[in-house]
Design a protein around this ligand. Structure first.
Ligand code: ADP
Ligand code: MG
Length: 289
Protein backbone atom coordinates (compact mmCIF):
# COMPACT_ATOMS: atom_id res chain seq x y z
CA UNK A 1 0.00 0.00 0.00
CA UNK A 2 1.49 3.32 -1.00
CA UNK A 3 0.11 5.63 1.68
CA UNK A 4 1.11 8.68 -0.33
CA UNK A 5 -0.59 7.39 -3.48
CA UNK A 6 -3.86 7.09 -1.58
CA UNK A 7 -4.34 10.83 -2.15
CA UNK A 8 -5.61 11.63 -5.58
CA UNK A 9 -6.19 15.41 -5.51
CA UNK A 10 -3.16 17.69 -5.65
CA UNK A 11 -3.46 20.54 -3.15
CA UNK A 12 -1.95 23.93 -3.96
CA UNK A 13 0.89 23.55 -1.47
CA UNK A 14 2.00 20.34 -3.19
CA UNK A 15 2.57 22.35 -6.34
CA UNK A 16 4.66 24.75 -4.26
CA UNK A 17 6.59 21.82 -2.83
CA UNK A 18 7.28 20.55 -6.35
CA UNK A 19 8.29 24.01 -7.57
CA UNK A 20 10.72 24.30 -4.70
CA UNK A 21 12.01 20.80 -5.44
CA UNK A 22 11.11 19.61 -1.95
CA UNK A 23 10.47 16.02 -0.97
CA UNK A 24 13.79 14.94 -2.44
CA UNK A 25 16.18 12.85 -0.37
CA UNK A 26 19.12 14.74 1.06
CA UNK A 27 22.57 13.35 0.65
CA UNK A 28 24.74 14.72 3.38
CA UNK A 29 28.43 15.13 2.52
CA UNK A 30 30.24 12.62 4.72
CA UNK A 31 32.43 15.39 6.15
CA UNK A 32 29.54 17.69 7.10
CA UNK A 33 28.47 17.79 10.75
CA UNK A 34 24.68 17.43 10.90
CA UNK A 35 22.80 20.29 12.54
CA UNK A 36 21.14 17.83 14.93
CA UNK A 37 22.50 14.43 15.87
CA UNK A 38 20.78 12.07 18.31
CA UNK A 39 22.56 8.85 19.17
CA UNK A 40 20.90 5.90 20.86
CA UNK A 41 18.44 7.94 22.91
CA UNK A 42 16.46 6.03 25.54
CA UNK A 43 13.86 7.48 27.89
CA UNK A 44 11.73 5.78 30.54
CA UNK A 45 8.75 7.08 32.45
CA UNK A 46 8.53 4.78 35.46
CA UNK A 47 8.19 1.32 33.95
CA UNK A 48 7.23 2.65 30.51
CA UNK A 49 10.05 2.74 28.00
CA UNK A 50 8.98 5.61 25.75
CA UNK A 51 12.15 5.62 23.59
CA UNK A 52 14.63 2.81 22.92
CA UNK A 53 17.95 3.45 21.19
CA UNK A 54 16.64 6.11 18.82
CA UNK A 55 19.17 7.77 16.52
CA UNK A 56 18.78 10.38 13.82
CA UNK A 57 20.75 13.15 12.18
CA UNK A 58 19.31 16.17 10.44
CA UNK A 59 21.35 18.01 7.84
CA UNK A 60 21.51 21.77 7.34
CA UNK A 61 18.48 23.00 5.39
CA UNK A 62 16.72 19.66 5.53
CA UNK A 63 13.06 19.03 6.36
CA UNK A 64 13.08 15.82 8.37
CA UNK A 65 9.85 13.96 9.12
CA UNK A 66 9.15 12.14 12.37
CA UNK A 67 6.15 9.83 12.09
CA UNK A 68 4.55 6.89 13.86
CA UNK A 69 1.30 5.82 15.46
CA UNK A 70 0.00 7.55 18.59
CA UNK A 71 2.08 6.78 21.67
CA UNK A 72 5.12 5.78 19.60
CA UNK A 73 7.42 8.31 21.29
CA UNK A 74 7.50 11.21 18.82
CA UNK A 75 6.72 13.96 21.34
CA UNK A 76 9.03 12.34 23.88
CA UNK A 77 11.85 12.55 21.34
CA UNK A 78 11.12 16.25 20.81
CA UNK A 79 10.94 16.76 24.58
CA UNK A 80 14.33 15.05 24.88
CA UNK A 81 15.92 17.22 22.20
CA UNK A 82 14.50 20.44 23.66
CA UNK A 83 15.51 19.62 27.24
CA UNK A 84 12.04 19.10 28.73
CA UNK A 85 12.66 15.39 29.41
CA UNK A 86 16.39 14.73 29.01
CA UNK A 87 17.08 11.14 27.90
CA UNK A 88 18.46 8.72 30.47
CA UNK A 89 20.72 7.20 27.80
CA UNK A 90 22.29 8.43 24.61
CA UNK A 91 23.61 11.76 23.39
CA UNK A 92 22.23 14.74 21.53
CA UNK A 93 24.38 17.22 19.64
CA UNK A 94 23.22 20.49 18.13
CA UNK A 95 25.67 22.16 15.75
CA UNK A 96 28.43 20.02 17.23
CA UNK A 97 27.68 20.82 20.90
CA UNK A 98 26.34 18.21 23.25
CA UNK A 99 22.99 19.43 24.61
CA UNK A 100 21.56 16.56 26.61
CA UNK A 101 21.17 17.73 30.20
CA UNK A 102 21.06 21.36 29.08
CA UNK A 103 17.96 23.21 30.31
CA UNK A 104 15.15 24.11 27.90
CA UNK A 105 15.63 27.90 27.98
CA UNK A 106 19.34 27.47 27.27
CA UNK A 107 18.62 25.11 24.36
CA UNK A 108 16.19 27.69 23.02
CA UNK A 109 18.85 30.38 23.22
CA UNK A 110 21.28 28.09 21.36
CA UNK A 111 18.93 28.21 18.36
CA UNK A 112 16.27 25.50 18.62
CA UNK A 113 12.62 26.62 18.73
CA UNK A 114 9.59 24.36 18.92
CA UNK A 115 5.84 24.34 18.77
CA UNK A 116 3.63 22.13 20.93
CA UNK A 117 1.23 19.37 19.93
CA UNK A 118 -1.54 21.00 21.95
CA UNK A 119 -1.77 24.75 21.45
CA UNK A 120 0.06 26.37 24.36
CA UNK A 121 -0.60 30.08 24.01
CA UNK A 122 -1.14 32.66 26.77
CA UNK A 123 -4.88 33.15 26.98
CA UNK A 124 -6.01 36.65 27.72
CA UNK A 125 -3.05 38.07 25.82
CA UNK A 126 -3.19 39.38 22.29
CA UNK A 127 -1.69 37.64 19.27
CA UNK A 128 1.02 40.31 19.18
CA UNK A 129 1.96 39.86 22.85
CA UNK A 130 2.02 36.07 22.46
CA UNK A 131 4.48 36.39 19.59
CA UNK A 132 6.53 38.86 21.64
CA UNK A 133 6.89 36.16 24.29
CA UNK A 134 8.95 34.26 21.73
CA UNK A 135 11.57 36.99 22.08
CA UNK A 136 12.24 36.05 25.71
CA UNK A 137 15.41 34.17 24.78
CA UNK A 138 16.93 37.57 23.95
CA UNK A 139 15.57 39.46 26.92
CA UNK A 140 17.25 40.19 30.19
CA UNK A 141 15.03 38.79 32.98
CA UNK A 142 14.11 42.30 34.12
CA UNK A 143 13.24 43.18 30.54
CA UNK A 144 10.97 40.15 30.42
CA UNK A 145 9.21 41.33 33.57
CA UNK A 146 8.94 44.78 32.07
CA UNK A 147 7.05 43.37 29.11
CA UNK A 148 3.91 44.12 31.11
CA UNK A 149 4.82 47.66 32.27
CA UNK A 150 4.89 51.05 30.67
CA UNK A 151 8.49 51.73 31.63
CA UNK A 152 9.93 49.13 29.27
CA UNK A 153 13.13 50.49 27.77
CA UNK A 154 12.06 52.09 24.55
CA UNK A 155 14.91 50.94 22.33
CA UNK A 156 14.69 47.32 23.38
CA UNK A 157 10.97 47.35 22.88
CA UNK A 158 11.36 48.78 19.39
CA UNK A 159 13.91 46.16 18.39
CA UNK A 160 11.71 43.32 19.58
CA UNK A 161 8.63 44.83 18.00
CA UNK A 162 10.42 45.25 14.65
CA UNK A 163 11.34 41.56 14.65
CA UNK A 164 7.81 40.59 15.60
CA UNK A 165 6.40 42.78 12.83
CA UNK A 166 8.55 40.90 10.31
CA UNK A 167 7.10 37.60 11.53
CA UNK A 168 3.52 38.94 11.51
CA UNK A 169 4.10 40.00 7.93
CA UNK A 170 5.62 36.68 6.92
CA UNK A 171 2.78 34.64 8.42
CA UNK A 172 0.06 37.11 7.43
CA UNK A 173 -1.30 37.66 10.91
CA UNK A 174 -2.02 41.40 10.54
CA UNK A 175 -5.78 41.01 10.65
CA UNK A 176 -5.73 39.34 14.09
CA UNK A 177 -2.71 40.99 15.69
CA UNK A 178 -4.70 42.73 18.43
CA UNK A 179 -7.20 39.95 19.05
CA UNK A 180 -7.03 37.89 22.24
CA UNK A 181 -5.60 34.53 21.10
CA UNK A 182 -8.47 32.49 22.47
CA UNK A 183 -11.04 34.09 20.13
CA UNK A 184 -9.29 33.25 16.86
CA UNK A 185 -9.85 29.90 15.06
CA UNK A 186 -7.63 26.91 15.98
CA UNK A 187 -5.84 26.99 12.62
CA UNK A 188 -4.87 30.61 13.26
CA UNK A 189 -3.79 29.79 16.83
CA UNK A 190 -1.40 27.16 15.45
CA UNK A 191 -0.05 29.84 13.13
CA UNK A 192 0.52 32.14 16.13
CA UNK A 193 2.47 29.32 17.80
CA UNK A 194 4.60 29.03 14.70
CA UNK A 195 5.09 32.81 14.79
CA UNK A 196 6.14 32.72 18.44
CA UNK A 197 8.70 30.00 17.65
CA UNK A 198 10.05 32.03 14.71
CA UNK A 199 10.29 35.16 16.88
CA UNK A 200 13.10 33.41 18.77
CA UNK A 201 15.16 33.55 15.53
CA UNK A 202 15.95 29.82 15.59
CA UNK A 203 18.19 28.01 13.16
CA UNK A 204 16.35 24.78 13.86
CA UNK A 205 12.56 24.61 14.10
CA UNK A 206 10.78 21.60 15.60
CA UNK A 207 7.07 21.30 14.84
CA UNK A 208 4.91 18.85 16.82
CA UNK A 209 1.82 18.13 14.72
CA UNK A 210 1.40 21.65 13.32
CA UNK A 211 -1.67 20.55 11.33
CA UNK A 212 -3.53 18.65 14.07
CA UNK A 213 -7.23 19.49 14.08
CA UNK A 214 -7.02 21.66 10.95
CA UNK A 215 -9.42 21.65 8.04
CA UNK A 216 -8.08 21.26 4.50
CA UNK A 217 -7.80 24.99 3.85
CA UNK A 218 -5.99 25.69 7.13
CA UNK A 219 -3.68 22.77 6.42
CA UNK A 220 -2.77 24.19 3.01
CA UNK A 221 -2.05 27.57 4.56
CA UNK A 222 0.18 26.24 7.32
CA UNK A 223 2.25 24.13 4.91
CA UNK A 224 2.82 27.16 2.73
CA UNK A 225 3.81 29.26 5.73
CA UNK A 226 6.23 26.60 6.95
CA UNK A 227 7.85 26.45 3.51
CA UNK A 228 7.97 30.25 3.22
CA UNK A 229 9.49 30.59 6.69
CA UNK A 230 12.08 27.93 5.93
CA UNK A 231 13.17 29.79 2.83
CA UNK A 232 13.05 33.30 4.29
CA UNK A 233 14.81 32.39 7.54
CA UNK A 234 17.14 29.63 6.33
CA UNK A 235 15.76 27.02 8.71
CA UNK A 236 16.41 23.36 9.29
CA UNK A 237 13.14 21.64 10.25
CA UNK A 238 12.12 18.53 12.18
CA UNK A 239 8.38 17.94 11.77
CA UNK A 240 6.02 15.47 13.44
CA UNK A 241 2.90 14.98 11.38
CA UNK A 242 0.25 12.34 10.77
CA UNK A 243 -0.67 13.70 7.35
CA UNK A 244 1.44 11.43 5.14
CA UNK A 245 0.69 13.40 2.00
CA UNK A 246 2.34 16.44 3.60
CA UNK A 247 5.28 14.44 4.96
CA UNK A 248 6.05 12.83 1.61
CA UNK A 249 5.68 16.10 -0.28
CA UNK A 250 7.89 18.33 1.86
CA UNK A 251 10.34 16.10 3.76
CA UNK A 252 13.69 14.93 2.48
CA UNK A 253 14.05 12.06 4.92
CA UNK A 254 12.00 10.54 7.71
CA UNK A 255 12.21 8.39 10.79
CA UNK A 256 9.30 6.15 11.73
CA UNK A 257 8.82 5.13 15.35
CA UNK A 258 6.62 2.40 16.79
CA UNK A 259 6.48 1.66 20.53
CA UNK A 260 9.51 3.88 21.05
CA UNK A 261 11.64 1.97 18.55
CA UNK A 262 12.91 2.92 15.11
CA UNK A 263 11.15 0.83 12.49
CA UNK A 264 12.23 2.69 9.34
CA UNK A 265 14.53 5.55 8.45
CA UNK A 266 15.79 7.08 5.24
CA UNK A 267 14.52 8.88 2.12
CA UNK A 268 10.96 9.82 2.97
CA UNK A 269 9.03 7.67 0.50
CA UNK A 270 11.12 4.60 1.25
CA UNK A 271 10.70 5.13 5.00
CA UNK A 272 6.92 5.63 5.06
CA UNK A 273 6.27 2.78 2.63
CA UNK A 274 8.43 0.28 4.48
CA UNK A 275 6.40 -2.91 5.12
CA UNK A 276 6.92 -2.64 8.91
CA UNK A 277 5.51 0.88 8.84
CA UNK A 278 2.42 -0.16 6.94
CA UNK A 279 1.92 -3.05 9.38
CA UNK A 280 2.28 -0.67 12.35
CA UNK A 281 -0.18 1.77 10.87
CA UNK A 282 -2.75 -0.87 10.07
CA UNK A 283 -2.34 -2.30 13.57
CA UNK A 284 -2.36 1.12 15.25
CA UNK A 285 -4.56 4.14 15.10
CA UNK A 286 -3.22 6.66 12.65
CA UNK A 287 -4.94 9.23 10.57
CA UNK A 288 -3.09 8.92 7.28
CA UNK A 289 -5.67 11.05 5.51
P1 ADP B 1 3.53 10.29 20.51
O1 ADP B 1 3.92 11.73 20.53
O2 ADP B 1 4.23 9.48 19.46
O3 ADP B 1 2.04 10.12 20.41
P2 ADP B 1 4.49 10.26 23.24
O4 ADP B 1 5.91 10.60 23.10
O5 ADP B 1 3.58 11.35 23.69
O6 ADP B 1 3.95 9.61 21.88
O7 ADP B 1 4.32 9.07 24.26
C1 ADP B 1 5.12 7.89 24.19
C2 ADP B 1 4.90 7.07 25.44
O8 ADP B 1 5.46 7.73 26.57
C3 ADP B 1 3.42 6.85 25.79
O9 ADP B 1 3.29 5.55 26.31
C4 ADP B 1 3.17 7.91 26.83
O10 ADP B 1 2.12 7.51 27.69
C5 ADP B 1 4.50 7.96 27.56
N1 ADP B 1 4.75 9.30 28.14
C6 ADP B 1 5.02 10.42 27.45
N2 ADP B 1 5.21 11.46 28.29
C7 ADP B 1 5.03 10.96 29.54
C8 ADP B 1 5.10 11.52 30.87
N3 ADP B 1 5.39 12.82 31.05
N4 ADP B 1 4.86 10.70 31.91
C9 ADP B 1 4.60 9.39 31.73
N5 ADP B 1 4.52 8.79 30.52
C10 ADP B 1 4.74 9.55 29.45
MG1 MG C 1 2.80 13.42 20.35
Amino acid sequence: MDIAAAHTSVPRWQTTAMEKNLGQPTTMPSSAEPVLRCEKISRWFGGVRALSDVSLSVAQGEIYGLVGPNGSGKTTLVNSITGFYPPQEGSIHFEGHQINGVRPHRIASLGIARTFQNVALFKGMSVLDNILMGRHTFMHPSALASLFYWWWAEKEEMLHRDKVEEIIDLLQLESVRDEPVEVIPLGMQKRVELARALAAEPRMLILDEPMAGMNQEEKEYIVRFILDAKEALNLTILIIEHHMDVITAICNRALVLNNGRMIAQGPVREAVNHPDVIAAYIGGAIDAA
